[in-house]
Design a protein around this ligand. Structure first.
Ligand SMILES: C[S@@+](CC[C@H](N)C(=O)[O-])C[C@H]1O[C@@H](n2cnc3c(N)ncnc32)[C@H](O)[C@@H]1O
Length: 477
């Protein structure tokens, strides 16, 4: 008992994907639900963490939202070897587990291995090694009352699997995370997608970083096909978006799927996607608008802004403007299609942070991706503003020299909203560097290939100069 609460120890067992995002996701959910939590073992690389949490209700809340989490287990014992685990389990006070050892409660023990497969006989032998537990209810393999799990961790290197696991854990399964949502929202089966549609796992992670909750108002100012809105609406947010691309928002761009013919189907739109997932009631709308131009009423307040701005690599970064100085006559205004000019990353982040500062509610969050050249990256050079605190920053590597970082800012004050955001010049240089480094890598690879080919040619020529003797051996002539 700590602080009058019955704290228990839990194993958070993660999927081995997007490793940089897990702890930030759990921290955001902890903050969203106001959960007290102590990190006992905080692993950034291994697929598990150990935490102390006061109530099981809190654990269920985290599991009801986390997409990084595979499952959560009330940890009864762990050890470096199975023998240590058994010794530790036997030391546990019986009264602590008595409520699970009742004749009317069915149970099952499951063995899970990470990075190693095991035969059924091996698993059964391990299950039988727990026979000293006073489990007196019937065994039930489907939907038992109590699910116990033995998890064996054999490391991350599938080319170098040890005979014995590095760590073993045993406890009572409490809940699974929301991994099923990833397949439910899969882009493969989604009606309307584009070249830069965000994959569902990352979209859901972003919605969790933004702490989206029932009834929140969420904006994506670079909405594209609305993948981020789908995730935010899935967690109860009312969503709206803007994009400069009229054809995209009207489902008239070239189809992305190869099997599609020249045209998209008539009903492809962000709204159709919302309908597909039964969350249309959360969809406010999308507008064709340029994010560089202030659009919103000064009193408009948002709970979160979630966005993936254009990097200028796979899509154009444009804003309305002209390099020429001219005035459109009044009579032409109605049918005038404005010209566009380059919208650099430095300006994009300046406008995005300004939007966040002016329109987020206190404690509201801006969650956005920023592309970086890995060698140049330095956290102090990230876009900043005195009203915004960077609360999380996770990396997703894209190539050997580039990555994008998911930044989570929280609005911490209202007094200095008039100050301009600070966006380092290096942000503007990403696109040029991306293509320059890309070119260098391509040249290097070409040189390596040519070298390898020349070498193999040289070997063949050497062989040509040789003759085969009677025994079939090659000899120099
Ligand atoms: C990386 S994509 C966003 C993709 C989106 N998250 C999705 O899942 O489809 C960036 C989007 O920004 C839009 N964009 C580019 N310049 C813009 C501007 N000045 N104002 C608003 N949107 C703009 C592009 O049309 C593109 O759809």
């Amino acid at each position: 008992m700590m602080n009058g609460l019955n704290w228990k120890r839990y194993l958070l067992w993660f999927a081995n994907e997007h490793t940089h995002f897990r702890i930030n996701e759990i921290e955001s959910l902890r903050s969203l639900f106001g959960i007290q939590m102590k990190w006992v073992e905080k692993n950034h690389h291994e697929p598990f963490c150990i935490v102390d949490i006061p109530t099981e209700e809190d654990v269920l809340k985290i599991a009801s939202r986390s997409v990084s989490l595979r499952s959560c287990i009330e940890l009864w014992a762990c050890g470096a070897k199975l023998g240590d685990l058994h010794n530790n389990l036997k030391l546990l006070p019986v009264e602590q587990l008595a409520s699970y050892f009742k004749p009317e409660l069915s149970f099952k023990i499951k063995v899970e291995t990470f990075c190693k497969s095991q035969t059924q006989e091996e698993k059964v032998a391990k299950i039988e090694s727990f026979s000293y537990l006073p489990l007196c209810g019937p065994v039930k393999l489907k939907n038992p009352d109590i699910k116990l799990e033995l998890i064996e961790y054999y490391g991350l290197d599938s080319n170098n699997i040890p005979d014995e696991p590095y760590q073993v854990f045993f406890g009572r399964w409490v809940a699974d995370g929301q991994r099923d949502l990833i397949s439910k929202l899969s882009l493969k089966t989604r009606k309307f997608i584009g070249n830069t549609s965000m994959d569902p796992q990352l979209s859901l992670l972003m919605a969790n970083q933004a702490k989206v909750k029932e009834g929140d108002l969420i904006l994506d100012p670079f909405v594209g096909t609305g993948s981020l809105l789908v995730a935010a609406a899935q967690f109860g947010g009312y969503v709206l978006g803007t994009d400069i691309d009229y054809l995209m928002l009207h489902g008239k761009t070239r189809p992305t799927r190869i099997q599609q013919k020249k045209q998209r189907e008539k009903d492809e739109s962000v709204r159709t996607n919302m309908k597909q997932y039964g969350i249309e009631n959360r969809y406010l709308d999308v507008l064709v608008a340029d994010s560089s131009l202030p659009l919103w009423h000064s009193a408009m307040r948002l709970d979160a802004i979630i966005t993936d701005p254009p990097y200028g690599i796979r899509e154009a970064t444009e804003r309305i403007g002209s390099t020429k100085d001219y005035q459109i006559e009044e009579k032409h205004l109605a049918n005038h299609i404005p010209s566009k000019i380059e919208y650099g990353l430095q300006q994009i982040f300046f406008d995005l942070l300004k939007l966040a500062v002016e329109h987020l509610k206190p404690q509201g969050r801006l969650v956005c991706w920023i592309p970086v050249v890995r060698n140049d990256y330095c956290e102090s050079k990230l876009p900043s503003h005195p009203c915004l605190q960077l609360v999380a920053n996770s990396e997703q590597q894209l190539t050997i020299f580039t990555s994008r970082r998911l930044l989570t800012y929280e609005k911490i004050c209202e007094h200095e909203t008039h100050l301009p955001p600070n966006v380092d010049l290096s942000t503007a240089e990403f696109r040029a560097k991306f293509f320059r480094y890309g070119e260098e890598v391509r040249k290097h690879r070409k040189q390596q290939k040519e070298l390898a080919m020349n070498l193999s040619k040289a070997t063949v020529t050497e062989k040509d100069k040789m003759y085969e003797d009677k025994s079939g051996r090659y000899r120099s002539s």
